[in-house]
Design a protein around this ligand. Structure first.
Ligand code: ATP
Ligand code: MG
Length: 388
């Protein structure tokens, strides 16, 4: 009998002929989070992936695997032979680990038998294991409708017995859906947006705009802290850091005050698009959310889109703020996001920003600016940080 970790795959199993491509990528991503755990072995058996040899790091490994997209459930299992005697004993061991105190608890055994030649049928195996466990414990009852916990038995080339299942995020393995450049501010929304696109298999890098020295060094560090948390899910990430101050000053000097936000947002997009061209991203990603602020009306979204050719993905566009906050708490970016450091957008913030910008007006205002050289100058001053 051996302790192993099993992981079950979500949507990947629907991938038909492409399934191997997705599975291979998933295994590569799993190995990346497990790389400092020494010797272990990963193998596939009928729809699940198993890892053996991680006994000493089991809890840690499960915590890390939970952040690997493409996984749905992760379970510590006992792997046994296919002999009923072994399967019963493994069940009893796990149940005894699970029981504490003298309160009556209820359980149910559920068996899945992928080898139909196995001499016992699934319900017979469940009954057998269940009654063995009952005979050898106290304070335990079977409840098939509403049990306190489940004891699972999978019969494959081996037997696998387990109780606990940690729910992972599902989604698709990172690297199976191209590369995106996330516009990462210090706020609540953009880290969540990066997480959500990564969950759909997109490899994510980030660009951040600051207005140093109007915004502080500490505000910069906050964004790097956020990027580090996001990279626990997305994997290695590059952060491109751009000083927007001279562009903001130019806008402030030459354009109507109420267009400041929308004009600087269009510059952010142009700069992000230029970086993407050089670094090979296919899409831009933002944390914009319809109606949240002036620059996020449907009219602003339209005018912002027209500053670039590249698609801008906005995974939060139709969500409610409370739901975004819930995700940010779950992925642990929230506490960092709410730290009070100034954002570049708070520099030259208009009192009454336009909420219904017209493309013609905005383009007319931009005629006063040398867009190309401002973009080039900003990118020439770009700094890059790599997070491993
Ligand atoms: P967030 O919580 O992500 O800051 P927000 O609700 O504050 O979003 P805005 O400030 O209007 O909304 O920003 C909308 C989006 O524009 C952000 O989600 C982000 O993708 C991008 N953005 C805004 N400011 C910056 C910045 N300083 N650097 C990079 N991207 C930014
Ligand atoms: Mg913001």
């Amino acid at each position: 009998m051996e302790r192993v970790i099993s992981v079950s795959l979500g949507e990947i199993v629907l991938k038909g002929l492409n399934r191997k491509y997705f599975e291979d990528r998933l295994i590569k991503n799993m190995k990346r989070v497990l790389r400092d755990f020494g010797e272990y072995r990963i193998y596939k058996e009928q729809g699940k992936i198993y890892i053996e040899g991680l006994d000493a790091h089991q809890d840690d490994a499960i915590r890390r695997l939970r952040k690997v997209f493409g996984l749905v459930y992760i379970s510590p299992c006992i792997r046994t032979s296919r002999e009923m005697e072994d399967i019963r004993k493994a069940g009893l061991t796990l149940v005894k680990d699970k029981l504490h105190g003298d309160k009556i608890t209820t359980f149910k055994v559920e068996t899945s038998r992928s080898d139909k030649r196995y001499p016992l049928k699934s319900p017979e195996i469940s009954r057998d294991v269940g009654s063995y466990v009952l005979r050898n414990t106290e304070n335990l009852k079977v409840d098939v409708h509403n049990p306190d916990f489940m004891l699972y038995v999978d019969i494959k080339e081996y037997g696998y017995v387990y109780i606990d299942r940690t729910k992972a995020y599902g989604g698709l393995p990172i690297g199976t859906n191209g590369k995106g450049l996330l516009l990462l501010s210090g706020g609540i929304d953009s880290p969540v947006a990066g997480f959500m696109m990564a969950k759909r298999g997109v490899e994510v890098d980030a660009v951040h705009f600051h207005s140093y020295p109007f915004t502080s060094q500490r505000a910069e560090e906050k964004v790097l802290d956020l990027a580090k948390i996001v990279s626990m899910y997305t994997g290695p990430m590059k952060i491109y850091s751009i000083n927007l101050l001279s562009i903001q000053k130019e806008i402030n000097k030459n354009c109507p005050e109420d267009e400041m936000t929308i004009l600087s947002r269009r510059f952010m997009m142009r700069i992000a698009e230029e970086i993407s061209r050089k670094k090979g991203h296919q899409v831009l990603i933002t944390g914009e959310n319809l109606g949240q602020v002036a620059s996020q009306t449907i009219y602003s979204v339209d005018v912002i889109n027209r500053s670039v050719q590249m698609p801008i993905l906005r995974p939060l566009i139709g969500m409610d703020k409370v739901d975004i906050i819930e995700i940010s708490k779950d992925i642990e970016t929230y506490e960092t996001s709410i730290k009070p450091f100034e954002d570049c957008c708070s520099v030259f913030l208009p009192k009454h920003p336009v909420t219904r910008p017209k493309l013609e007006d905005i383009e007319e205002s931009e005629e006063a600016l040398d867009i190309e050289s401002l973009v080039k100058e900003a990118i020439d001053g770009m700094k890059v940080v790599s997070i491993e």
